[in-house]
Design a protein around this ligand. Sequence first.
Ligand SMILES: Cc1ncc(COP(=O)(O)O)c(C=O)c1O
Length: 439
Amino acid sequence: MRLDSITDAIGDTPLVRVDPAVHGLRHIDLYAKLEMLNPFGSVKDRAAWNMVRPGLKAAAEGRHTVVELSSGNTAKALSLLAGMHGVSFKTVTNRIRIPEMRDLLLLLGAEVEELPGQTECLDPSSTDDPLTLFHQELSGSDSPYVYTDQYYNARNTEAHLTGTGPEIVADLGGRAPDHFIACVGTAGSSTGVARVLRAHDPAVHVLGLVAHKADFIPGIRTIDEVQGVGLFDPATYDTIATVTADDAIEGMVTLARRCGMPAGPTGGAAYSGAVRHLRALDAELTERRTAVFIVCDRIEGYLSYVRRRRPDLLGRPVHRNSVATLTDAEVAAATGIDVAAAERWIAEDRPLVVDLRSPFSYAALHIAGSVNIVDELCAELIEGGLPFSKSRPVLLACPVGEQSARYAALLTRMGHPDVRSLSGGIIAWRDAGAPLVRE
Ligand SMILES: Cc1ncc(COP(=O)(O)O)c(C=O)c1O
């Protein structure tokens, strides 16, 4: 293969059948669309190139900087594309939670501006979020930047309407698969592919996967976060299901160790979510079916992600005091307390109120007298032992009450006699009109 430009290597990725002996489905042929084999390493190469291409000439002539709000693969692809066209690239993002990615972006020549926001992705419903404020500024007509705007730009979806979707149909001999499974970040890839497949066969079933609310899976959003994405339309998906970080890592391990596919967490999550969904249908089938899932990127950039969640996979001891070791029964048994009862409890017993949200969210609004220990820092403290005195009750609060329930379960297991989780989190507290203070 001889090419004039590396951009000619974007797309035309292979569709590879997963060995049935691995997934165990008897009537369904399951294929992986290996987007990790794009030249910059992910499905976002297609969207990045399609979005930035029209603005590159003007950017080079006007010495404008290409800018995007991304903490991952889109920023990586745009860094490389901008660099090869002599244009600078800047990414503005909330806290990057994958340290390898920050270093890689700097190595590729990107300027990285990290804001102390709440989520990694843009949340337009949150007017206090600095990332949202930045998005509004960039969207203004006199912005000095070439803004690729992945959460709203129709050219993101278009890259998959013209590339990924038609390639899948062509590789299946001109037919759409019966099932299509994809993780949802900006929703560009799932929306574009789903449209193409439905045009061939309106009966195709589309399964969109989002991260479980209490989990972080780099590259995709939770069901709450995804609502704010401009390209997201619930009608695209026949089913939306959640996947956990455990699903993602188990799937990664299976794809890497059994299938020769070194996929990242969202590829693993798509595999696990696909097999779980298809297994429920497989027993009833009498005819053969096909299913396709997307492997978005590669495994190598996620070693610290795996080390934190599954140290055993890297030959390190499992932290006994870790939320990853909790059973569903332990989490369900954690003591929750509703807003009205929590207000009374605070007034009467003065528990230590620990707010697990980001420093920015905490500074914006918090329960008076609470202390801010970000969830990840809390996890590290707990690994070393019980960080709070047993003589004082503890009330844990997070955005929606899911993470705090897990930490409450863990601290209870570690012997704390009275730790409770604020049910519904700070959002329920705010919605109930309970008092919040600003720093
Ligand atoms: C690793 C990874 N997986 C999945 C996705 C989701 O793709 P999309 O943005 O097209 O929904 C992304 C998007 O950034 C990603 O980086």
